[in-house]
Design a binder for this molecule. Structure first.
Ligand SMILES: Cc1cc2nc3c(=O)[nH]c(=O)nc-3n(C[C@H](O)[C@H](O)[C@H](O)COP(=O)(O)OP(=O)(O)OC[C@H]3O[C@@H](n4cnc5c(N)ncnc54)[C@H](O)[C@@H]3O)c2cc1C
Length: 486
């Protein structure tokens, strides 16, 4: 494992000491000691500070390093903890990875499972019958010669991003853990001074807020209050409390499932296979914002879903109460009237367009952001171009991110409309069922349309078959061990 990576993983932490060989003095870490001219070249590269080392921030850093820029990431948490569940990287997301780094693309495919060979769609929550299948998930990549969508465990994705970051940054320690952006200011030379919570500061040419839905960078940029209890502007409560679990669950049926959403009266329930025989489930329960956590969540959910099909109840039963997580589900529509780039500050990922998980695009959109921004910045000749290029970044991204964020919200609202119609199955089967595959096909087409690479269909199929076989044998092994133990 490359040395710079080791310190970010559990049990291997080292304090941040130097940046690019420059020892911090007077409790300030300078990205470069000399004052800089406005010209940008190899000796005098752009200095980018990324606030937030989540999926979006890490991938953006890889894009910028590959474009020859100078990068520092500040990350609030002390260590990356292995938490997660599956992340769907649809054709546009995995295609963006491929164009930026073949190495990362291969490494992700080594630990992911493909959607190819599986079925995804919507089922009746009570009977478990399929109502609509999302055939476009696999048909579109075949027709358009795109990489197949894959599903990867969040902690595996994080690890692969960290490995790639260590690879492209060489010996430099560009990732500062336990560093929280507290505030920033712009000095008279147009540089950004980022103040951290340990009273040190960084100086750079551009600050990118990749600090998640409750972004501190954003709250300063838009002069908004910080945090969900003061949510203003574009953050909104989706109307659901999200319960989730990731139990080991032996069921051969799940080898054939990409993901499925069970819909029923009031609520919906999503199941998506993860690695090592675990199945991620999400229960979306209609709720008001800010309600207290539910006590005895397992018993509560078993009561809510008591009339639902056995798979839903078995998945809940297989999860211990302590392992059931719950949170209010918020999203954030991109601001059409407020530009998210100003001077030398911009935003990326969930800080500007947090998207409902049901569309499986939040991470993919964040990856696209990093890639698009790196293309804009890689040929910059003068620091004076920065505000203009960041504005172009906003203009290039606003329509797509708003459309996909809106589609995620619309899907969720559509489920709210659809569930009262469930008793009228004849109407659903004759009127809606023939219509919805077309609607979903258009939706998937739009999501995938960003994909910046084409791939030979034969090559893509071979890869998908190999990944699928590997995934099936690892899963069966995990289930066999689990059954032996219990
Ligand atoms: C249940 C669920 C399922 C999902 N499934 C999918 C899926 O299948 N496919 C998909 O594409 N997307 C999915 N998403 C969305 C995806 O997880 C997010 O869109 C993606 O992680 C956004 O990345 P980000 O880097 O913008 O933000 P985050 O991942 O939230 O990262 C923000 C980082 O910033 C750090 N930070 C915060 N404040 C500061 C500060 N002041 N200073 C320094 N650091 C700070 C945080 O510690 C964190 O590491 C899902 C989301 C949820 C909730």
């Amino acid at each position: 494992m490359p040395a710079p990576l080791q310190q970010f993983l559990p049990g291997k932490a080292k304090p941040f000491k130097t940046y690019a060989g420059i020892r911090p003095s007077n409790r300030c870490h300078y990205l470069q000691v000399n004052s800089l001219s406005s010209g940008v070249d190899k000796e005098n590269p752009l200095r980018i500070i990324i606030a937030g080392g989540g999926l979006g921030g890490l991938f953006a850093a890889i894009c910028f390093l590959k474009a020859g820029l100078n990068v520092t990431i500040i990350e609030k948490t002390a260590r990356y903890r292995p938490f997660g569940g599956p992340i769907q990287l649809a054709s546009n997301g995995i295609g963006t990875v491929k164009i930026v780094s073949e190495n990362l693309y291969e490494n992700i495919n080594n630990v992911a499972r493909p959607f190819w060979g599986t079925e995804s769609g919507i089922r009746d929550g009570l009977t478990s019958e399929w109502m609509f299948k999302f055939e476009a998930i696999n048909e579109l990549p075949s027709d358009l010669r795109l990489p197949f969508s894959v599903c990867i465990d969040r902690s595996d994705l994080q690890l692969e991003l960290l490995k790639e970051l260590a690879e492209v940054s060489g010996k430099e320690n560009i990732l500062r853990m336990s560093s929280t952006l507290k505030s920033y200011e712009i000095n008279s030379s147009g540089e950004v001074i980022v103040h951290l919570d340990d009273e040190t500061h960084l100086v750079g040419d551009i600050l990118i807020g990749a600090d998640g839905i409750w972004s501190q960078t954003r709250s300063i940029l838009f002069d908004e209050s910080f945090g969900s209890e003061f949510a203003s502007s574009t953050a909104s409560f989706t109307g659901f409390k999200l319960f989730s679990g990731l139990p080991l669950f032996a069921s051969i049926e799940f080898l054939k499932i990409g993901y499925c959403a069970y819909i029923g009266p009031d609520n919906y329930f999503v199941a998506c296979p993860d690695k090592q025989g675990r199945i991620q489930w999400y229960a979306f329960i209609k709720s008001d914002a800010g309600t207290d956590d539910v006590d005895r969540s397992k018993e509560y959910l078993l009561e809510v879903f008591k009339d639902w099909n056995p798979t839903v109840r078995d998945l809940i039963s297989a999860t211990s109460s302590e392992e059931i997580l719950q949170r209010d589900l918020w999203d954030r529509a991109p601001s059409i009237f407020k530009d998210w780039s100003k001077d030398c500050i911009t935003l990326l990922g969930d800080s500007c367009h947090a998207t409902m998980p049901n569309i499986g695009q939040g991470c993919g959109l964040a990856f696209e952001d990093g890639y698009v921004l790196s293309l804009l910045l890689k040929d910059i000749k003068s620091r004076q171009e920065i505000p203009h290029l960041l504005k172009r970044f906003y203009r290039k991204r606003i329509v797509r991110t708003a459309a996909i964020q809106g589609l995620g919200r619309l899907n969720s609202e559509a489920i709210k409309i659809l569930t009262p119609l469930l008793p009228y199955r004849r109407f659903v089967d004759t009127v809606l069922s023939p219509l919805l595959p077309l609607v979903f096909r258009l939706q998937f087409w739009y999501c995938y349309s960003f994909c910046p690479v084409n791939i030979d269909t034969e090559e893509s199929l071979d890869l998908a078959k190999n990944m699928s076989e590997k995934y099936a044998s690892e899963t069966k092994l995990a289930w066999r061990d689990f059954i032996k133990r219990t």
